[in-house]
Design a protein around this ligand. Structure first.
Ligand SMILES: [Zn+2]
Length: 147
């Protein structure tokens, strides 16, 4: 079995959600995801979001690639009160399989602004992990296959 086929099977939804289970059919899966998964409005115009982009980076990569940026993250953590009794700065991080990562950016976009956000996300530096959430309607994976 090729790697691409394995990826396709891994990305298939495990269970189908029947519409009647989503607030007795009052809301679609997309509306529920928008309300509870994305929780926000379009960053540019305040419209209903259809895509969410998160940018994460390994702490060691941020220190290696841009020390002034790491200092700015630490200053932001201090201003948000992430300092313990001894005066140590505790930058909030996420444990991932790659290591400790810091969320450096999060943005939402509505339908008309979707492309602007995707273009911006594609321009991120190579050491930044870009996580794109297009919601339940677009869960079909796009995999490039050799011709
Ligand atoms: Zn918008």
């Amino acid at each position: 079995m090729s790697r691409i086929i394995k990826l396709n099977e891994a990305n298939k939804p495990k269970t189908k959600i029947h519409k009647s289970k989503l607030f007795k059919g009052q809301k679609t899966a997309e509306e529920v995801h928008r309300e509870y998964g994305m929780r926000g409005r379009c960053t540019l115009c305040g419209g209903a979001p259809v895509i969410m982009v998160r940018m994460l980076a390994l702490i060691e990569d941020i220190k290696k690639e841009s020390m002034p940026y790491w200092v700015a993250i630490c200053q932001s953590a201090i201003s948000n009160g992430h300092v313990d009794d001894r005066g140590n700065v505790n930058v909030p991080y996420i444990n991932t399989t790659y290591g400790k990562m810091v969320r450096i950016s999060q943005a939402l976009a509505c339908g008309p602004h979707r492309k602007d956000l995707e273009v911006t996300a594609a321009r991120a530096p190579s050491w930044v992990l870009v996580e794109i959430d297009r919601g339940p309607g677009a869960s079909a994976p796009i995999v490039q296959v050799k011709a």
